[in-house]
Ligand binder design. Structure first.
Ligand SMILES: Nc1ncnc2c1ncn2[C@@H]1O[C@H](COP(=O)(O)OP(=O)(O)OP(=O)(O)O)[C@@H](O)[C@H]1O
Length: 252
C-alpha cells in the first residue's frame, strides 16, 4: 500500500443556512490522480478552496504529508507544496509567456530569502532556463516571447499549468483543466497530465468530462449535495446506481 498523503477529516462548510460540505472524509495516495465528480452545485469547488486555504472550513481538518493546512494562509500552503490551477486562468496578459512563468518562481524565492545583486542575476539565469524547459514541457516553447493575452483559451490554461509547475508542487489541484477546450486540446492536456503523473506528483482533479476522468483518474469520489456518496475506480463508480441517480436528479 502506498502512502496516504492527503487527508480530509470531517470537513463541514456552511454558507449561511446552506451546507456546501457535510462531513466530508477523503484520503489520497501519494503519486495518484484522484478525480472529484458530481452534479452542479455539489460542492466540488468549495472542497478545492478548503484545501488551498481560500476558504476556512467550519469544522474538520485538512492534512498534507503531516502538515495541517486548515487555518493556514494560501501562501503558507503554497510553501508546503500545494498548487492550484483555476477554472479561469490567472495570468499577466501584458507580459510574455516566459515572464509569466518566471514570476511565480521569483515570488516563491523572494518569500523564502533575500537575494543580493549577484545572486539575483544568477538566479535569474537559472530560473529562465527552468522556465524555458517547462514551457517546452507544456508545448508552448515556440510562443515564449509572445504576449500572454494573445493566446487561445486552451493555450492560456496550459500557460497557467506551467506557472504552477515551476513551483514544483507535490500536490496539484486542477479545477476543470479542460473546460472549454476543443477535443484536440483536451487530448494534448490529458497527455501532459499523464507525463506529470510519471514524475510522482499527487493530483486532485475536478472534471465534468468523463473522457478526461477515465483517461487520468486512479480513483474517483462522487460528491452530491455536499456529501461523498460513492468512491472507487472509474469503472466501479460508473456502475454505481447511487451515482446514476445523483446525476439523473441533478443538472447533468
Ligand atoms: N461564496 C459562496 N457564498 C454562498 N454560497 C456559495 C458560495 N460558494 C458556493 N456556494 C454554494 O455552495 C454550493 C456548492 O458550490 P460549489 O461551487 O462548490 O459547487 P460545484 O460542485 O463546484 O459546482 P459547479 O460544478 O457548478 O462548479 C452551491 O449551492 C453554491 O451556490
Amino acid at each position: 500500500m502506498e502512502k496516504l498523503v492527503l487527508h480530509l477529516d470531517n470537513i463541514q462548510k456552511n454558507f449561511g443556512g446552506l451546507s456546501a460540505l457535510k462531513d466530508v472524509n477523503l484520503q489520497v495516495e501519494e503519486g495518484t490522480t484522484h478525480a472529484i465528480i458530481g452534479p452542479n452545485g455539489a460542492g466540488k469547488s468549495t472542497l478545492l478552496n478548503v484545501c488551498v486555504g481560500r476558504l476556512k472550513p467550519d469544522m474538520g481538518k485538512v492534512t498534507f504529508d503531516g502538515h495541517e493546512l486548515t487555518g493556514r494562509k494560501p501562501h503558507e500552503i503554497a510553501q508546503i507544496g500545494v498548487a492550484r490551477v483555476f477554472q479561469t486562468p490567472e495570468i499577466f496578459p501584458e507580459l510574455s509567456l516566459l515572464e509569466n512563468v518566471m514570476i511565480p518562481a521569483f515570488s516563491k524565492r523572494d518569500g523564502a530569502f533575500r537575494l543580493n545583486g549577484y545572486q539575483q542575476l544568477s538566479a535569474q539565469g537559472e530560473l529562465r532556463a527552468e522556465a524555458e524547459h517547462i514551457l517546452e514541457d507544456v508545448g508552448l516553447q515556440e510562443l515564449m516571447h509572445h504576449i500572454a493575452g494573445s493566446l487561445s483559451r486552451g493555450d492560456k490554461r496550459r500557460l497557467e499549468l506551467a506557472m504552477c509547475l515551476i513551483l514544483r508542487p507535490r500536490l496539484l489541484l486542477l479545477d476543470e483543466p479542460t473546460a472549454g477546450m476543443s477535443r484536440h486540446d483536451t487530448n494534448r492536456t490529458i497527455d501532459l497530465l499523464k507525463q506529470i503523473k510519471s514524475r510522482g506528483m499527487t493530483k486532485i482533479i475536478i472534471e465534468h468530462d468523463m473522457h478526461v476522468v477515465f483517461s487520468l483518474a486512479d480513483r474517483v469520489s462522487v460528491l452530491a449535495r455536499g456529501q461523498i456518496i460513492a468512491g472507487g475506480t472509474p469503472e466501479e463508480v460508473r456502475e454505481d446506481p447511487k451515482v446514476k441517480e445523483a446525476y439523473l436528479g441533478g443538472a447533468h
